[in-house]
Write a protein that binds this ligand. Structure first.
Ligand SMILES: [Fe+2]
Length: 381
């Protein structure tokens, strides 16, 4: 299976994974196994899908493991959609979201945590694609997966800091559940932002930006005061603060930003870059990794970025890359010892497939992600 841009996917190609559109009931737009037709391509294009996973000869045998299995994603989508719906109702009645209203969210955090733990902390390759239309729900779920994985490694290494400023390594499980809840709800305040601004395809005006920047505080206001952990609220309120003080809502810097919010900031930005949005198509994983690494010490906590580099694969299985000698290749699997040196299958003439682990060949490196050529250019091996 491989990831290919929609523009380049051939009619007749078999979809390797379900295509999700973030429907509240978790039903995919198209199912794995369906063959692409001009009508399906148009449907995908209209839904804001810029790339799909396909099964083809060149990628035969390449397994793409989603970070979150389809069942968990469907359950999570329903729970997040339910919480958003309940907030929407509550807002019109002047009430706030109570923890009882989101019992389902806690179950979702536990499920996602289970999956991440079961994968043995393996490098994360978010293989899940969803449309820009369903962005908010899917974004919340993906940010939760990335943030929990970061949190798990970060706490194991650095511990957490209590209110006396002491470092602790106990009660990590409880810590992770709270972090997960904060991640799932981090953007709930966007319900208070008019859709015209939220979904605007072009640049926001300064006035629109000012409204957009109210969403962290609006989010905290939506959580019923005394019943929520202050840490969940810290994630919601502070996920747009930046390490150097350039963020919002208050321009806090460094350690004045809660540890959990510093983790959430990295997960949020990474997922925003690598997801299809209404105003920007998804960029590949390595662009997201580069942006985070470049922001280390300025936008993001350098300790969190160090952990990020060790858990998020810049070149996940199924992606097409260009090697330093100009040859193109498909990533077969990620080497956990060096995430930027995966095992690859060189793309050549049919029948000439050659696989090499970049870990074993120091002369070879990945130069970058292959920009998708025209749709008429078939890929052969
Ligand atoms: Fe946000």
């Amino acid at each position: 299976m491989r990831l290919i841009s929609l523009a380049r996917a051939q009619d007749g190609s078999e979809l390797g994974r379900d295509v999700l559109v973030g429907r509240a009931d978790g039903v995919p737009l198209l199912r794995a196994g369906v063959r692409l037709t001009p009508r399906y391509r148009e449907l995908l294009d209209r839904s804001g899908i810029s790339a799909v996973y396909v099964e083809d000869e060149a990628s035969e045998g390449i397994v793409v493991e989603p970070a979150i299995d389809d069942h968990t994603r469907a359950v999570a989508t329903r729970a997040v959609a339910g919480a958003y719906g309940s907030v929407r109702d509550s807002l019109s009645h002047g009430r706030r979201l109570t923890p009882e209203a989101v019992q389902g969210l806690e179950d979702v955090v536990a499920r996602i945590l289970d999956q991440i733990t079961c994968s043995g902390g393996a490098a994360l390759a978010l293989a899940d694609l969803s449309s820009a239309d369903g962005y908010t729900f899917q974004h919340s779920i993906d940010v939760t997966a990335v943030g929990l994985l970061l949190g798990m490694r970060y706490y194991a290494r650095h511990g957490w800091t209590d209110f006396r400023g002491e470092r602790r390594f106990d009660r990590l499980e409880e810590r992770m559940s709270i972090l997960g809840l904060g991640l799932l709800l981090h953007d709930i305040g966007k319900l208070a932002v008019p859709l015209g601004i939220l979904n605007k395809p072009g640049r926001l005006t300064p006035e629109e930006w000012a409204i957009m920047r109210t969403h962290p505080r609006a989010g905290v206001d939506m959580l019923d005061g005394s019943r929520w952990s202050p840490l969940v609220k810290a994630v919601v309120l502070r996920h747009h603060e930046r390490w150097n003080g350039s963020g919002y809502p208050d321009g806090r810097a460094g350690d004045d930003i809660h540890q959990m919010a510093r983790i959430a900031a990295v997960a949020d930005v990474y997922d925003a870059i690598t997801s299809d949005r209404l105003y920007a198509p998804a960029r590949p994983a390595h662009s997201g990794v580069t942006a985070i690494v470049e922001g280390s010490g300025t936008l993001f906590d350098p300790d969190v970025v160090d952990v990020f580099r060790q858990v998020v694969a810049p070149f996940p299985a199924g992606t097409e890359v260009e090697l330093c000698d100009g040859r193109r290749a498909l990533v077969v699997s990620v080497n956990e010892e060096a995430l930027d040196r995966p095992r690859v299958r060189i793309l050549g003439r049919p029948g000439e497939a050659e696989e090499v682990s970049l870990l074993d060949d120091p002369t070879l490196a990945i130069r970058g992600w292959t920009h998708q050529p025209a749709a008429t250019q078939p890929v052969a091996i």
